[in-house]
Design a protein around this ligand. Sequence first.
Ligand code: RIB
Ligand code: CA
Length: 316
Amino acid sequence: MSGFPRKIIIDTDPGQDDAMAILLALGSPEEIDLLGITAVAGNVPIARTSENARKICEVAGRPDVKVFAGCDRPLAHTLVTAEHVHGKTGLDGIELPVPTMPLQAQHGVDFIIETLRSEPSGTVTLCPMGPLTNIATAFEKAPDIVARVQEVVLMGGAYFEVGNITPAAEFNIYVDPEAAEIVFKSGVKLTVMPLDVTHKVLVTAPRLQVFKDFGNHLGDVVAGWLDFFERFDIEKYGSEGGPLHDPTVIAWLIRPELFSGRLINVEIETKSDLTRGMTVADWWGVTDRPANAMFMNEADAEGFFALLTERVRRLA
Ligand code: RIB
Ligand code: CA
């Protein structure tokens, strides 16, 4: 397979859906070479996201993965968290032991910079699936790395499906809109998995049952996470399951044909309190603003879940 494995850094705020993205990556070594995981403050504070990332690696049987703690707060706002969705630990749904694998001493931002400078230019993809604080901080601290990034594939934003944290904004962008503005204006090749896609990949009861039927510890852990995680969206949207946001980033790298969208201009609202963090997506091309993002809006949900369950099962 040409272009595989893709060297990636996952930047994350686990988060049950982040956890599924990490499992999908670890279950796909032919396509994904995970260079490291950088945790960021988001769903829960950095102490928890950096611990949760290690819990997930240990559940996957991969205590060798390098996990780094990154930024503990957004660039310009106080941290907004999402315990109402993910629970107090950020990984509620099943009790997991305190991780024994180490947290790397290096700051996550410095790991991103060092990796991009040491790997051949254009060979490392950044996969943010939380607030974009680490990515933006790395770009600001080391502008030379922007041209060295193969591409950024992120989960965030919304167009038709606006607002899971405010009527105008999706959580990852809302928490740190200034960081998002830096990334979206950086000129880096950018693919965006917004709520328009993730609300089409719902953890329905039959899809959840597949994990329950694993009949082992990993299956029980995943089922516990997803059972807990979906409550919020089912209660809010009356949907038939929770949207599995973050694994769409990894699934796109492995099987891009599962998704489709448009190359459009996307700008970030940073000035208005009312619409802070809105991804102003020029879906219909009504401005002459240059296209800066491949903004996805369709997903093959059955194909996505078939890939996810097949790859996660490998780790059991
Ligand atoms: O809005 C959904 C996003 O916010 C997901 O990445 C979820 O994990 C939270 O970070
Ligand atoms: Ca996330």
